[in-house]
Design a binder for this molecule. Structure first.
Ligand SMILES: NC(=O)c1ccc[n+]([C@@H]2O[C@H](COP(=O)([O-])OP(=O)(O)OC[C@H]3O[C@@H](n4cnc5c(N)ncnc54)[C@H](OP(=O)(O)O)[C@@H]3O)[C@@H](O)[C@H]2O)c1
Length: 292
């Protein structure tokens, strides 16, 4: 193991080129859980949230996922407080397309006016001149999809967004969006225990688009006998096997496990160096065990 991978273990996950111009380690960090309950308001322990973000970067994480709707605003503000001015190689991905009327409440708004306001708000909170990756959080059923995408394309032309991604979409959405603007990433729910979007993973791999699985640990509850058996034989945690499986599932996979705990963060990052054998991988791939 080289010096670099020893001190920056997230680098052991390998790298992915977003849009052929932004290279990040394939194990990222999701900053949604750094807010209060119901993804609402500040966390119970803001000092620990800041420490988790700093430790993630120390351990080689250079892709952090957030959204204006987490808190709302809280997650983006914590990232800036913890990490600005940012290290050169750190990419921050944010998203817009939701309104937050209250705890656990999410209402659509991907109208051009709202997305414009959302991008401007994220730039300010994140203290950035340009957002590395801006993702449409979810298509809005009340707004023509092309109108949402054209707004992000325009903001890219204006220099406010570097790269554009999607979230919570079908292959049809991705193909429609690509007619409007280059798409470098797709973020859908996916994990060892939840493979509904296998076809989107395959489409992304075939087209050189990063696939960012959200809920990659089933909120820490991904489990089952098979994971347990392989984990026990390796003397690691089932969650680490679930992450190693994701990383091996596709070279375009960029998991963003979230946590508010330094111990869990360190455990998750250790999974970057866990190489499953072909036998283990095939066994894990062939048998889907539900999270308990
Ligand atoms: N695009 C979308 O619509 C969308 C939706 C949801 C999430 N996301 C993004 O995806 C990221 C990840 O999704 P997620 O947070 O829903 O799911 P997740 O990463 O599967 O689960 C996070 C939860 O798992 C627990 N956890 C983490 N590491 C653990 C470990 N080693 N052992 C035991 N428990 C552990 C955490 O609790 P502790 O804090 O106690 O560790 C946290 O509650 C989010 O941060 C966000 O950036 C996107």
């Amino acid at each position: 193991m080289s010096e670099k991978t020893t001190s920056r273990p997230a680098a052991d996950s390998g790298t992915i080129d977003l849009g052929g111009e932004l290279t990040v380690n394939r194990l990222g960090f999701g900053a949604m859980r750094l807010t209060g309950d119901g993804i609402w308001g500040p966390p119970k322990d803001p000092a620990t949230a800041i420490a988790v973000l700093r430790r993630a970067v120390e351990l080689g994480i250079n892709f952090i996922d957030t959204a204006d709707s987490y808190g709302p605003n809280v997650s983006e503000e914590l990232i800036a407080e913890a990490l600005a001015p940012y290290p050169k190689n750190l990419a921050i991905a944010t998203k817009g397309g939701w309104n937050r009327p209250g705890a656990n409440q999410w209402t659509h708004d991907a109208s051009p006016a709202h997305l414009r306001e959302a991008v401007e708000g994220s730039l300010k909170r994140l203290r950035l001149g340009r957002i590395d990756l801006y993702q449409l959080h979810v298509p809005d059923p009340m707004v023509p999809f092309d109108a949402s995408m054209e707004t992000l394309a325009n903001m890219q032309s204006e220099g406010k967004i570097r790269l554009v991604g999607l979230s919570n979409v079908t292959v049809e959405h991705i193909e429609r969006a690509r007619k409007v603007v280059p798409i470098v990433s797709v973020q859908n729910r996916y994990s060892f225990a939840d493979r509904e979007w296998d076809n989107v993973v395959d489409y992304c791999e075939a087209n050189g688009i990063a696939f960012i699985p959200w809920f990659p640990l089933g909120a820490g509850r991904v489990a089952g006998k098979l994971l347990q058996r392989i984990a026990q034989a390796r003397q690691v945690k089932p969650i680490q096997i679930a992450l190693a499986w994701l990383l091996k599932r596709s070279p375009v996979m960029l998991p963003i496990p979230g946590t508010s705990s330094i111990a869990h963060l360190e455990e998750n990052i250790q999974a970057a160096s866990l190489q499953l054998s072909e036998k283990e991988y095939l066994e894990l791939t062939g048998i889907t065990e539900l999270a308990s």
